[in-house]
Design a protein around this ligand. Structure first.
Ligand SMILES: Nc1ncnc2c1ncn2[C@@H]1O[C@H](COP(=O)(O)OP(=O)(O)OP(=O)(O)O)[C@@H](O)[C@H]1O
Ligand SMILES: [Mg+2]
Length: 275
């Protein structure tokens, strides 16, 4: 196999890798991409399942501007749930009948391939006013070990990364999966980042799935956060897309998990974010 093809960092949201059939759909989609002579790094989230598990254990999930407020207990639940999802994805890949690309997957915790720093304060807008809040043990990527990841790819493996990072002194940090993916996208100088989520792209009206905004510049995307068009989990997602593009990733595309066929056709579905 030729590993010189385009490098994609694909981020899949927690809702996209929940049911077993959805995981297999993701694996099949990525297999299609690999057959196009592409190289792939997969990063996954786990938002809904982490929240459910926290509630089961009597903990209250708190989201600040789409980012999970994380104390030690929430961090422990997040890592446990993410590891579980991760091994289901890796198993999904390794059980695929279609191994035409003879690629199998391998678990990579975020802290093995990145260095993170604690996010100091989240700045967001409430009723048009800028406010700040401390998200706790939440990190963002400061460095990526791209040689480590590219070496795994060179061995015919798909790195499947779950977004728990650590800071230089070894403190574990919960990292929003989009933030982890965009840090890795920048660090590996990938050709394109794909954000696969539970909506068909950035919607002009969040209650209307038909209102997909086909393409935005980083400046336009920033305005969508500022004016409240984008809210909840879409805030860190759009911020990550902006950061990736501004740091040199040529394009980020946001698509729906129901549209994994996209990986075969690479058509112009979803929302494209460019400079
Ligand atoms: N303008 C918007 N367009 C589309 N989605 C929006 C918008 N504003 C808010 N959202 C919300 O953002 C959500 C997607 O972000 P969310 O964090 O929930 O998922 P994810 O990032 O794919 O998964 P995970 O957080 O598990 O990695 C959508 O389900 C939608 O409810
Ligand atoms: Mg999210």
């Amino acid at each position: 196999m030729n590993y010189s093809g385009k490098l994609y960092v694909v981020k899949v949201g927690g809702n996209v890798v929940r049911a077993e059939k959805d995981i297999l759909r993701v694996c099949r989609g990525i297999n299609k991409l690999l057959q196009k002579d592409a190289r792939v790094i997969l990063v996954h989230g786990g938002g809904p399942l982490i929240s459910e598990e926290m509630k089961k254990r009597g903990l209250e999930p708190v989201m600040i501007a789409g980012v999970r407020y994380t104390d030690k207990k929430a961090l422990a639940v997040a890592e446990e749930v993410l590891r579980e999802i991760n091994s289901r994805i890796v198993n999904g890949f390794n059980s695929m009948e279609n191994k035409a690309a003879s690629v199998s997957a391998v678990t990579v915790p975020g802290y093995e391939c990145t260095l993170c720093v604690k996010k100091q304060a989240l700045k967001f807008y409430r009723e048009g006013k800028a406010v700040e809040a401390d998200p706790g043990l939440v990190g963002e990527v400061s460095d990526t070990d791209s040689a480590y990841l590219l070496n795994l790819i060179g061995k015919g493996l798909v790195p499947v990364i779950y977004p728990i990072g650590k800071d230089p002194s070894g403190v574990r940090l919960n990292v929003n999966a989009d933030t982890m993916a965009s840090g890795i996208a920048v660090g590996t100088r990938c050709s394109e980042m794909l954000a696969v989520t539970d909506v068909p792209g950035i919607l002009a009206d969040v209650s209307d799935p038909g209102s997909v905004i086909k393409s935005v510049t980083t400046e336009e995307a920033m305005e969508l956060i500022r004016n409240g068009t984008v809210s909840g989990g879409m805030i860190p997602k759009v911020e990550s897309c902006i950061r990736a593009v501004e740091a040199g990733v040529p394009a980020v595309r946001m698509i729906s998990g129901k549209d994994m066929g996209y990986l075969k056709t690479l058509s112009s579905n979803g929302t494209l974010i460019t400079r």
